[in-house]
Design a protein around this ligand. Structure first.
Ligand code: DON
Length: 304
């Protein structure tokens, strides 16, 4: 069988030959101007190795991938009481949908759709200022990846905030149902900054090691928490494209509108792939295709 590095080199060759690379997010200028032909993939293995191919030293906006780290921190702070405020079911709707929130009385379906992520951010914020919470989030991601040079792109955060009308609507709706402790302004200020964290695929793959569940990995989460976060990534990590991603890849993953996807091969590795062009669900087109190829070639699966 080919080595992990040979598989990555092979996968990184195909985007160069593809004409349909998807469409970059264009709701803020900082994301609209990103070259859609970029591609990177990194794999951090449970035995301490790091493999990469493509543009894996180029930082990108992790966007909704940040929801995984904030969920871990919110659970650390609130424990299982968080599940009274947010559900654990796939929504079958786009990431920013408000539809179910009215029907389900202000309790979002899961922590990865925007409404649910606003609740986890609110919970994580409780008792601290946005600056303190964001500082704790950066420390967590830096410790997980063992990389100190991870930062927030202030221009992206500000643009996000200037255009966050739908997220403000979600936050006000949550607040009207008593499911937001802090003000919508405080929660959105924090949320837009967490989405604006910049990482390379190598940094993201290293940070994802906290979810691998193997000896010698950064030990920041209990086994049960790792298992539960991985499960939610599998069922809800790609919004209304979650079933399709699970079917094609067979591994838990969380996407972001910046074109990044964090994927966990339980017990084996953490994988980060990035290509800014998105498919119709708003998930990285080439990133999803690359992960399907990777799972196929390695035989790695959550199902043995
Ligand atoms: O909430 C938003 O609009 C973005 N900052 C993050 C959304 C996102 O990444 C959705 N994922 N595919």
């Amino acid at each position: 069988m080919a080595s992990v590095q040979e598989i990555l080199d092979d996968i990184a060759r195909s985007p160069k030959a593809t004409s349909d690379v998807g469409k970059v997010a264009d709701y803020i200028p900082e994301l609209a101007k990103v070259d859609p032909r970029q591609f990177a993939i990194s794999v951090a293995t449970a035995d301490g190795k790091l493999f990469c191919a493509g543009d894996c030293d180029t930082p990108f906006s992790i966007q909704s991938v940040s929801k995984v780290f904030v969920l871990a921190l919110a659970l650390g702070k609130a424990g299982d009481s968080l599940w009274k405020r947010v559900g654990r079911e796939p929504s079958g709707l786009s990431f920013d949908s408000i539809l179910l929130l009215e029907r389900e009385h202000g309790v979002p379906r899961n922590p990865f759709i925007n409404a649910g992520a606003l609740v986890t951010t609110d919970s994580f914020l409780d008792g601290s200022t946005p600056r303190e919470a964001l500082g704790a989030l950066l420390r967590f991601v830096r410790a997980a990846s063992d990389r100190e040079d991870i930062h927030i792109d202030e221009n992206v955060a500000q643009s996000e905030l200037d255009t966050a009308h739908r997220n403000f609507a979600l936050a006000h709706y949550l607040k009207s149902h008593g499911n937001l402790v802090n003000t919508p302004e405080k929660v959105l200020g924090t949320y837009c900054h967490q989405c604006a964290i910049e990482m390379t695929t190598s940094q993201l793959a290293l940070a994802g090691r906290i979810l691998i569940d193997a000896p010698d990995m950064p030990n920041l989460l209990s086994r049960q928490r790792k298992r539960r976060i991985n499960t939610l990534m599998m069922t809800c990590g790609h919004y209304d494209g979650s079933g399709d991603f699970a079917f094609q890849v067979g591994l838990p993953g969380k996407s972001g509108v910046g074109g990044g996807i964090l994927v966990i091969a339980p017990g084996r590795a953490s994988i980060a792939v990035w290509s800014p062009g998105l498919n119709d669900y708003g998930n990285s087109k080439l990133g999803t295709e690359a992960m399907a190829q990777f799972a196929n070639k390695t035989g790695w699966s959550a199902f043995g």
